[in-house]
Design a protein around this ligand. Structure first.
Ligand code: PSU
Ligand code: MN
Length: 309
């Protein structure tokens, strides 16, 4: 699909033209999700994991008003260093940032949009946005859920953080027709934890099964995305009280400080990280790499099936 505002990097373009596997990655996780320089190290490591598993990484961002699919290591360094000084770009921000020639860190929403424009169908990240706790009064529901309802990209994540109302997030996804798949599990993982006590819609056990599901969804002419929830590897999981207490405390602090809107998620992420120390950051990095490996294998399985057709 041609879009005059889109720049696909030469490596990503060559891979797409040759029907080779490509995996999209977001940039908000770099600028707003982790501190510098760990964010840059992680972004580069995630790209390496994707290559090791047979796919080409396409980190997505907005730079000087251009939509980018595929960043150079220098561009990743720039995003990591500028951090939260870069605008967090959701769907409503896209036209204004492009019109003004500004930079934007793409969330799950805008990464899905730009991946779709570029012809990339699989996207790996850490956690998605969802329905916030207290949404019945704040109406804070992430645009990520709406994007999953409309844009045909498979998002591979580790579930959603318990800063959100997970049961309501599942209800919202059901209403909007988004399949929630569990990789090797019937239970919805909750980011740092492998457990939430909630059920996914379907358990899926191989990259081939994921790729086939995406192919069928597309062949059926269904327009939305698919959400794959891949539990954090056992050895990095942080079950139990520490993380729950940190989340409760972060939610209280947010209320006290009157933080809302687009600041809510970055505030909660940073506060939970501060309260739990470096351990949660390390878990976060490991789960993103785990998702990147699964995404690369799924992208490889997808093109394998298509090239055999
Ligand atoms: N959840 C995480 N890590 C993240 C995000 C969410 O555990 O980095 C980021 C993603 O970019 C996601 C965005 O798309 O926050 C959601 O923001 P909001 O809740 O404002 O829609
Ligand atoms: Mn929000």
């Amino acid at each position: 699909m041609y879009n005059s505002y889109l720049d696909i990097s030469p490596e990503v373009k060559a891979a797409l033209d040759a029907h080779k596997p490509v995996v999209a990655l977001e940039s908000t996780i770099i600028s707003h999700g982790m501190p510098y320089p760990k964010n840059v190290e992680t972004a580069l490591e995630v790209e390496r994991v994707i290559r090791e598993n047979g796919a080409v990484p396409a980190t997505i961002a907005i730079i000087g008003g251009r939509l980018k699919a595929g960043l150079t290591p220098e561009e990743i360094e720039y995003f990591g260093k500028k951090g939260t000084a870069i605008a967090k770009a959701s769907r409503r921000d896209l036209a204004m940032l492009v019109a003004r020639g500004q930079d934007g860190a793409t969330t799950v929403t805008t990464t899905m949009m730009i991946a779709h424009m570029a012809g990339i169908r699989i996207f790996a990240t850490g956690g998605i946005g969802g329905v916030h706790r207290g949404a019945e009064t704040t109406m804070d529901i992430s645009a990520d859920l709406e994007e999953l309802a409309h844009t045909p990209v498979m998002v591979i994540c580790a579930g959603a953080k318990a800063i959100l109302d997970l049961p309501l997030t599942l209800e919202y996804l059901e209403t909007h027709g988004v399949p929630v798949l569990g990789y090797g599990t019937e239970e919805l993982p909750a980011f740092y934890s492998r457990h939430s006590g909630l059920k996914v819609d379907y358990r899926v056990d191989s990259p081939e099964e994921l790729a086939n599901a995406l192919r069928v969804q597309s062949s059926l002419g269904l327009s939305g995305g698919m959400l794959v929830t891949n539990p954090i590897p056992e050895e990095y999981a942080m079950d139990g009280k520490g993380i729950d207490e940190a989340i409760e405390k972060a939610l209280c602090m947010m209320k006290e400080q009157g933080i809302h809107g687009k600041e809510a998620t970055p505030f909660l992420l940073a506060t939970v990280k501060d309260l739990t120390g470096g351990e949660s950051l390390e878990s976060n990095i490991r789960l993103v790499c785990n998702n990147a490996a699964l995404a690369a294998k799924t992208a490889a399985a997808l093109v394998g099936m298509e090239n055999a057709d």
